[in-house]
Design a protein around this ligand. Structure first.
Ligand code: NAD
Length: 430
């Protein structure tokens, strides 16, 4: 059945949710406070880089509305999804300002039964807080649902429409039935649970994936010392079905808007519950050290050859996105800028976002991989964009002043690179 839905917050998650719900046949109003974003969307311009989003938005435009008017959207809808940002504070705690604002706004508008579905990643207990807060302003009936989102930027549409599972934390039958109806055409296991468990599932999932990454990075560091090859080790353990091959790529650590903040967030949740989560603290520490180690590797190589110019390939926190939030590239570049090196950077789509994050000092944003490599002493591959595997490396080598190639993502083959005459170093490889 076609449902009338509002999505509050039209960022990576909100826009994907809105567009995919329209694709599923629902009438969706996407709301954002950012006027510029909404104006662009009204003109059909997608403000983020997400493969496939553009096409599906155009195709299902008749089911979609974009507005800054929360009141109008909420009053026209029976289900309200919340997808506002919940960033980290300086101390790692979760900043709930946007979420609380959104709930207070909605609470003051409510005039009939609605289901308020939370997609933002929020501390366990937020559902309870939400209920109390709404009751302060509205005396009628409403339901609260926790429906955490597991999509990955770069494959958001597929992840939303073909998820491994849909988690629905719910307290009453009516809301449960409507939620199941909304997602009825998605063939995936639906986990029905209480709200607190649903909130915890999201943190536990991200913390587990981050743990896998930090674990393989520690193995890589040990491989470097022991003379083993982490790629083979990962293959050897990943084929064990109890382990699985995913998230076993050693590199310079995880970044992005979710893993660092959710690991820190869960650590804070544990701290507030007076539980010492030893393992998760180590996961975060290992990740930070992995980035620092790579920065030192670049600086030491430059010192060794008296080099001044570094080429950085990749700015996004991972391929297929323009998102540079908590991208290892940004931290590494800032570290190099503090040491006065000349930095030449290239990314296929994330340059404009990176410009907003990086100081202007000693940095040149290049239009091609080749331009960035020209006259470089050291080339550091930071984001594994597929196009880097297709490049003419002979040409790259010719363009560089010194041919030191530091592969932070183990994207290229050491033997092939060495044959071409590069001094090549991956992470945890022989
Ligand atoms: P985002 O920053 O891209 O988007 C949030 C949007 O909400 C912004 O456009 C902002 O202007 C808008 N907003 C804030 N307050 C508002 C209000 N009161 N009314 C209307 N609009 C408002 O954030 P995101 O990456 O989409 O993440 C949203 C949530 O989903 C976070 O909790 C995040 O942890 C979680 N999440 C993100 C991802 C991801 O890959 N980005 C994946 C799963 C879950």
């Amino acid at each position: 059945m076609q449902r009338k839905i509002s999505v509050i917050g039209t960022g990576y998650v909100g826009l994907t949710t809105g567009v995919c719900l329209a694709y599923l046949g629902h009438k969706v109003i996407c709301v954002d406070k950012d006027k510029n974003k909404i104006q662009r969307l009204q003109k059909g311009i997608v403000p983020i880089y997400e493969p496939g989003l553009d096409e599906i938005l155009k195709k299902h435009r008749k089911n979609l509305e974009f507005t800054t008017n929360t009141k109008d959207a909420v009053q026209k809808s029976e289900v309200i999804f919340i997808a506002v940002g919940t960033p980290s504070q300086k101390d790692g705690d979760i900043d709930m300002t946007y979420f609380r604002q959104a709930i207070r706004e909605i609470a003051k508008i409510l005039d009939s039964y609605k289901i308020i579905v939370n997609k933002s990643t929020v501390p366990v207990g937020t559902g309870e807080w939400t209920k109390k807060e709404i009751k302060k302003h509205y005396k009628g009936g409403f339901s609260i649902v926790s429906n955490p989102e597991f999509l990955r930027e770069g494959s958001a549409i597929k992840d939303f429409l073909e998820p491994d599972r849909i988690v629905i934390g719910v307290e009453d039958e009516k809301a449960k039935e409507i939620m199941l109806d909304i997602f009825s055409s998605i063939k995936a296991p639906k986990i029905i649970t209480d709200i607190k468990s649903a909130e915890m599932i999201k943190y536990a999932a991200n913390a587990f994936l981050a743990t896998k990454i930090s674990f393989i990075n520690e193995i890589a560091n040990l491989c470097e010392k022991a003379g083993a090859d982490v790629k083979k080790v990962a293959e050897g353990i990943g084929l064990d079905k109890r382990i699985g091959p995913k998230f076993l790529n050693a590199g310079i650590g995880y970044g992005g808007s979710c893993f660092p903040k959710d690991v820190d967030g869960l650590n804070k949740i544990a701290e507030q519950k007076k539980y010492n989560f030893h393992l998760l603290k180590a996961v975060s520490l290992v990740n930070k050290n992995q980035q620092k180690k790579f920065l030192h590797k670049i600086k030491n190589t430059l010192k060794k050859i008296d080099g001044k110019t570094v080429c950085i390939w990749g700015l996004a926190f991972k391929p297929n996105t323009d998102d540079v939030r908590k991208s290892p590239a940004i931290e590494i570049i800032k570290g190099l800028q503090r040491s006065d090196y000349k930095i030449q950077v290239y990314d296929p789509v994330a340059t404009e976002n990176a410009k907003k994050e990086l100081p202007k000092k000693n940095i040149k944003f290049c239009k091609t991989s080749f331009e960035a490599a020209k006259n470089a002493d050291v080339l550091a591959l930071v984001t594994e964009w597929p196009e880097f595997s297709e490049l003419n490396m002979k040409k790259v080598k010719k363009l560089m002043r010194h041919s030191y190639f530091l592969d932070g993502r183990n994207q290229l083959e050491p033997e092939e690179m060495k044959k071409l005459g590069f001094y090549y170093e991956g992470i945890g490889r022989k």
